[in-house]
Every structure is written in structure tokens, then in C-alpha cells.
Design a protein around this ligand. Structure first.
Ligand code: AVI
Length: 354
């Protein structure tokens, strides 16, 4: 979930080293400053489970690597560069949309809410909203304790009156924030999930995630979510295969992550970056295609790749406004509003029970 989990590898600050649910902790961060963030451990994969799923995916035919493996420190830096690319329109389009319509959107959000920043990263996208809706509490949710601490520091610096809680959780696991949210029963939750991260889930998983969001927002809360829209193939493919090769580097970098995780010996230059729009499934499909026949060591296993054989690294689904609204309604949201940019490239949806 992210916003991408742009954070050091969880193994560098293992969630398992944290105390159990509800324990007050000083965050384990390289630069904790003075933030005494209360960190709560949700559902997180162990390092062994992470490695096992990575290996299993690589041994499948066709091979696949889950997109969460993109985001080591190098991957996060490259993703940050992608977001600044001229071809990659989603980030700036969503930012402009949220800025332009903040007041209008805020009018439909409850006051005194708990602002739940899903995949919070450094928390910067949330700051203006805390004032706009007079939020009482900030709940950062991320796989990385380090980023939770950073987000909390940013919130504390901007709004010392707001209570901050960080929940360490892996978005591939069922979301369960109820124990934390129920601590403030009079502050309705507003779930914030920007960046079209929902697009990286396959449709069934995306629908399931929306259902679990609806269970969290309940009758008084709301979901504010960004989704990238279906558009011209050329624009989409350029966004995922930019002229500077930043996305290609981002894609290949995942092989270096695999090398570290699995004691593997992928040679990133032996794979081509390919990003194609599949109109039937309305998604960009990102792959790494073997340039030649090659054997790759994966710890104790060896995987042969034929020339032209590919590893699927990411789907990025695009939606029509109608289809995304229908998914939100099917998830249990009776009241759905949306805002889109003049080109109709991206949309922000606000969903409430009624
Ligand atoms: C994080 N996610 C929404 C991005 C996307 O557009 O699907 C990841 C990305 N992959 C390549 N470029 C950006």
C-alpha cells in the first residue's frame, strides 16, 4: 500500500522487534528527534514469509515479483524521481486536484475526525487536511516504523495539538485498525488513500480492500481515495516507459532487491524494461524481459530464463469514473462524489456510507 512503502527494508527495523499492540514506544528511527510516537504493531509479514513468497513467485511460470519489492531505499529514490517526470502525470495531477478542491472536499468530511493516512510515507500529503477538517487525531499506517516516525514528526511539528499514532501493518494482510480507531469512538475515521495505489491491486483484491475500508469508515466516517483513469495508450505507455529511463531503472532495481533478499545473482542489465497497456484489462503491465537464455541463482535454487521470457513486476489498473464509483458502491458506500482534472486523467473520490 502507499503511497508506496517508501522506506528502508522492513528487515532493517523489524516490526517483530516492536512491542505488542497498544504499547507506547519511542520509534526506532535513525533520526527520531524528539518524537515519542505511540507505535502499534498490526499485521506484518515476517522476513521469512517475505522471502518465501518472493522465491515462490520467481519459480512460477511465468515468473512474478510483487511490486512491494520495488521499494528499497534506491527504489524509493527512483519512485520519487518518477513522480517528478514530465511523462508521469498522476502525481502532479492528483496534487493539483486536491489543492484546487480541498475546501469543497472538506465541506463533505466530518469535523474532529481521526485522519487515517494509509501508506503514509513522510505524511506530507496529509498536513493540509488536518487543518481543513480540524482533525483531532492523526493515525499513520505504514509497513515501516521509520516512516511512521517521520510522518509523526512532521505532524507534530505542524500541529502539536493533534494526537499521533502509528500503526505498522502490511497492506497485503487484511486491514484491522479497529482496536486503534475505537479508542476515540467520537472521532469518525477519514481514510486517506491517495496516489492511485489501489491500481496496483488486482480487481478482486482492490474490491476487497474497498470493502475493508468501508468497514473502517462506518456510518460517520469517509474515504478519500485517488484513482488513475483510463486514457490514451500512448500517454499511459509513456508514463511507464519514460524517455530518461527512470522507470526502467526503477523496474530493474527490483532485481538488486531480489539479489539481497534471496542471495540471488540477477544481472539487471540482462533484462529489458517493458511497459504495455492491456486495453482489455485496462492496466499497464510492467515486465522485465530476459535478453538472452540465462541461469539465475536464487539462493539454493537455480532458475533458467529463456531469451524473451519475462518476469511480471507490476500491474497498474486504470478505471473509468463509472467503474470506480460502482466498486465503491458495491463496497457499501451509498454516497460517492468525485473530482477530476480538465483532461479527465485522474479522479479523487469521496465516499461515505450515506
Ligand atoms: C505506486 N503506484 C501507484 C505507481 C503506479 O503508477 O502504478 C507505481 C509506478 N510504477 C511505475 N511507475 C509508477
Amino acid at each position: 500500500m502507499f503511497n508506496p512503502p517508501c522506506a528502508p527494508h522492513p528487515a532493517s527495523s523489524p516490526a517483530s522487534a516492536l512491542e505488542p499492540h497498544g504499547t507506547a514506544l519511542r520509534a526506532t528511527t535513525p533520526d527520531p528527534g524528539t518524537s515519542a510516537l505511540r507505535l502499534v504493531t498490526g499485521r506484518v509479514h515476517t522476513h521469512a514469509a517475505r522471502r518465501a513468497s518472493l522465491l515462490a513467485g520467481l519459480l512460477e511460470r511465468p515468473a512474478r515479483i510483487a511490486p512491494k519489492f520495488f521499494y528499497d531505499a534506491q527504489g524509493c529514490a527512483l519512485y520519487g524521481a518518477i513522480c517528478e517526470l514530465q511523462e508521469y502525470y498522476p502525481t502532479r495531477t492528483e496534487r493539483a486536484l486536491l489543492e484546487r478542491h480541498r475546501a469543497a472536499i472538506a465541506r463533505h468530511l466530518p469535523r474532529g475526525a481521526q485522519w487515517v493516512d494509509l501508506g503514509c510515507g513522510d505524511g506530507s500529503k496529509s498536513l493540509p487536511w488536518l487543518a481543513a477538517i480540524q482533525a483531532r487525531r492523526y493515525v499513520g499506517v505504514d509497513v515501516s516504523p521509520t516512516w511512521l516516525a517521520r510522518a509523526a514528526q512532521a505532524v507534530e511539528a505542524a500541529r502539536s495539538d493533534i494526537e499521533c499514532v502509528g500503526v505498522v501493518t502490511d497492506f497485503e494482510e487484511p486491514l484491522d485498525l479497529h482496536p486503534v480507531l475505537s479508542e476515540r469512538p467520537h472521532a469518525p475515521p477519514v481514510l486517506f488513500y491517495p496516489g492511485s495505489s489501489i491500481g496496483n491491486f488486482e480487481p478482486q483484491a482492490a474490491a476487497g480492500l474497498l470493502v475493508s475500508f468501508a468497514r473502517h469508515t462506518g456510518p460517520e466516517g469517509a474515504l478519500l481515495i485517488g484513482a488513475d483513469l483510463v486514457k490514451d495508450r500512448a500517454l499511459l505507455e509513456a508514463a511507464y516507459d519514460d524517455a530518461l529511463g527512470v522507470t526502467a531503472a526503477f523496474n530493474r532495481n527490483v532485481l538488486r532487491v531480489v539479489n539481497r533478499e534471496l542471495d540471488a545473482n540477477f544481472e539487471p542489465r540482462a533484462f529489458d524494461h517493458v511497459a504495455r497497456y492491456d486495453a482489455a484489462h485496462q492496466r499497464i503491465e510492467m515486465r522485465l524481459v530476459s535478453r538472452r537464455p540465462q541461469e539465475v541463482r536464487l539462493g539454493k535454487e537455480v532458475r533458467h530464463f529463456e531469451a524473451g521470457e519475462s518476469i511480471l513486476t507490476e500491474y497498474s489498473h486504470k478505471y473509468t469514473v463509472e467503474a470506480f464509483e460502482a466498486m465503491l458502491r458495491a463496497a457499501g458506500y451509498g454516497q460517492v462524489r468525485h473530482w477530476t482534472d480538465p483532461h479527465g486523467w485522474f479522479a479523487v473520490f469521496l465516499a461515505r456510507a450515506s
